[in-house]
Ligand binder design. Structure first.
Ligand SMILES: *[C@@H]1O[C@H](CO)[C@@H](O)[C@H](O)[C@H]1NC(C)=O
Ligand SMILES: *[C@@H]1O[C@H](CO)[C@@H](O)[C@H](O)[C@H]1NC(C)=O
Ligand SMILES: *[C@@H]1O[C@H](CO)[C@@H](O)[C@H](O)[C@H]1NC(C)=O
Ligand SMILES: *[C@@H]1O[C@H](CO)[C@@H](O)[C@H](O)[C@H]1NC(C)=O
Ligand SMILES: *[C@@H]1O[C@H](CO)[C@@H](O)[C@H](O)[C@H]1NC(C)=O
Length: 411
């Protein structure tokens, strides 16, 4: 159902478009989101959560009314069909649904919706996660620079893996767990804007974070084992990286496998601290929207708060960790709002001076293939620059010759 009425501006846009055609010039090339109408929403920030608790934290807050307008967007999940925005449309919030598929599909739908203009919008992932006690404790707030996809690997059941493997997971196209993958799908790793991340961290650090007695008691069970010292400290704000997998892992060995994969795929620069089920899907959708000039990947912020540990405390089991280890949930949810609202306010207050024109990244920003241009500082190199025979170029050529089609056996 078309319900966006064409106002005078849109009619001018159509007219200009026709005029441009006669000169061999399309308006779309100048103004990709034409027709922009008076009802197009141009948010300054879009907060992305994944399930209802991650929306509730934004309801009834003093800073803004996220229910100022509700926009039904074709292509969103049947469970969460609406984007919610303030009346002015400067702050929006949506639920993408859980898991990689829901995340990618929902963000694609919204990013390509003609109801919005996201070219200057900051997309902030704001959800809970499993947290690595080597880095931080439950209740803490993390901002990632790298987002990896560790379940995109071969897998043997641990009971059937070769004796000399440290895990059942093996990078695709490789022969043992610590070998760099020789076959890439393009979604293995994303890097976001580090300068923007630092600004977000600065804003979040002004928050008075929440903690509870139950969370503090649970953190204390990680005491007495030196590698987990950081995990026993009260909630703080951290810069560390995220691993996306549909598989919700619990236990030291699987968490360590995610950690090792993150180390491998980021060429040793990534510092794994959170495990979650969506962020790679969100970032791939934003990357494609950027390629289509509908969003700016350099405006992505990945914020996750620790609701539970990825691995068990000393003296306890992975199964106890999964089923009885959720005491961090309340502060994690509260801190999505408490830290997140500072980021929202920071962006709104600094809009004219700083954020409107964007934060120019100083690091490589994009995927492992170099899709947005530049040379990835992880992975085998860009497939798009012809300035050398990078590993990825060779890899893609090889695939192009059909040597690695279909379901491939390890070489
Ligand atoms: C938007 O949806 C919420 C929750 O469903 C509702 O409480 C609110 O009144 C709606 N806002 C408008 C403007 O209709
Ligand atoms: C691991 O063991 C398998 C046999 O189970 C062997 O084929 C392989 O070469 C070994 N790999 C390494 C890295 O030692
Ligand atoms: C992770 O890597 C370290 C260092 O290479 C290794 O000792 C450990 O066994 C690996 N863990 C898993 C679960 O593969
Ligand atoms: C954290 O939140 C809980 C529940 O919302 C509340 O009872 C508690 O007082 C808060 N604690 C702090 C330190 O803000
Ligand atoms: C990352 O590591 C792989 C495997 O060792 C290597 O082929 C690649 O050149 C490295 N990439 C960068 C950017 O250093």
């Amino acid at each position: 159902m078309v319900f966006v009425h064409l106002n005078a501006l849109a009619i001018v846009a159509i007219f200009l478009n026709l005029a441009c055609h006669t000169t061999g010039f399309t308006l779309q090339s100048l103004w990709p989101n034409a027709l922009i109408t008076s009802s197009t929403i141009t948010p300054k920030i879009m907060i992305v959560g994944f399930y209802p608790d991650e929306q509730s934290v934004w309801e009834g807050i003093p800073e803004f009314d996220i229910f100022g307008q509700n926009i039904t967007v074709p292509g969103l999940s049947s469970q969460f069909p609406q984007v919610h925005c303030t009346k002015e449309g400067d702050v929006c919030q949506m639920l993408a649904g859980e898991g990689e598929i829901n995340a990618a599909s929902s963000i694609t739908a919204v990013a390509f919706s003609p109801l919005f203009d996201f070219r200057t919008t900051y997309f902030m992932i704001a959800g809970v996660a499993g947290i690595n006690p080597e880095i931080a404790g439950i209740g803490s707030v993390t901002f990632a620079q790298f987002v990896t996809q560790p379940a995109l690997q071969y897998e043997f059941d641990a009971r059937e893996k070769p004796e000399n493997y440290t895990t059942g997971y093996v990078p695709q196209g490789s022969q043992f767990p610590s070998q760099y993958p020789s076959e890439l799908y393009g979604t293995e790793c994303y890097e976001v804007n580090a300068r923007l991340k630092s600004l977000a961290v600065g804003f979040a650090k002004t928050a008075q974070l929440n903690d509870t007695a139950a969370a503090a008691r649970f953190r204390a069970t990680y005491r007495g084992y030196a590698p987990y010292a950081a995990g026993t400290t009260e909630p703080g704000v951290y810069e560390c990286d995220a691993a996306t997998a549909d598989v919700y892992v619990s236990g030291r060995l699987l968490s360590e496998a995610w950690q090792n994969y993150t180390h491998l795929i980021t060429n040793g620069t990534g510092k794994y601290c959170t495990t979650l089920q969506e962020d790679s899907g969100v970032l791939e959708a934003l990357l494609r929207a950027d390629l289509a000039k509908r969003a700016d990947f350099a405006r992505a912020i990945v914020m996750r708060t620790g609701s539970d540990y990825d691995r068990q405390a000393p003296e306890t089991s992975p199964i106890d960790n999964l089923y009885f280890g959720q005491d961090g949930y309340t502060p994690a949810l509260n801190n999505i709002y408490l830290a997140g609202v500072k980021v929202v306010q920071g962006i709104l207050m600094g809009w004219e001076r700083t954020f409107k024109r964007g934060i120019t990244p100083e690091n490589y920003v994009g995927d492992i293939l170099g899709s947005l241009g530049g040379r990835p500082d992880f992975g085998p190199g860009s497939i798009f620059t012809m300035d050398g025979e990078s590993g990825t170029t060779q890899l893609m050529r090889k695939r192009g010759r059909g040597q690695l089609r279909g379901r491939r056996r390890p070489l």
